[in-house]
Design a protein around this ligand. Structure first.
Ligand code: 5GP
Ligand code: ZN
Length: 105
């Protein structure tokens, strides 16, 4: 999507510090980290939120979790937190589905 911040980050049209990327996902550092390591993992596909996930996205959502696991293993993390905010009332500010990965280093 053209005017979406995280689509633009995934396309590298907007600056970010990318930690990991593959064909379906990009993981980059949150601009206002709330933990010593705070990454955002986004699908390249524009999905506005968990509330917009369709049955056709089922395997992509599974891959999202496996991507978090992969990034954590690459970092040798002993433990971490995963968080998805859904909707304004749920604390979601950017309308492109993203998984927060937070850890102490
Ligand atoms: P949400 O509240 O929508 O779940 O999380 C959005 C996150 O995106 C926030 O933690 C915020 O700090 C981060 N964020 C907002 N704008 C930018 C940006 O331009 N670049 C990066 N890297 N992170 C951003
Ligand atoms: Zn988007």
């Amino acid at each position: 999507m053209k005017d979406c911040l995280f689509c633009n980050i995934a396309r590298k049209e907007e600056k970010s510090t990318i930690e990991y990327e593959d064909g379906n996902f990009v993981a980059f550092h949150d601009i206002h980290p709330k933990a010593p390591l705070h990454l955002l993992i986004v699908p390249r596909k524009h999905i506005a939120s968990i509330d917009h996930v369709e049955p056709e996205d089922t395997s992509l959502m599974g891959e999202l979790i496996l991507t978090a696991q992969k990034v954590a293993r690459l970092r040798n993390l002993k433990g971490y937190k995963l968080l998805i905010n859904v909707g304004r009332e749920g604390g979601q500010i950017v309308d492109h589905l993203h998984l927060h990965l937070m850890a102490n280093l």
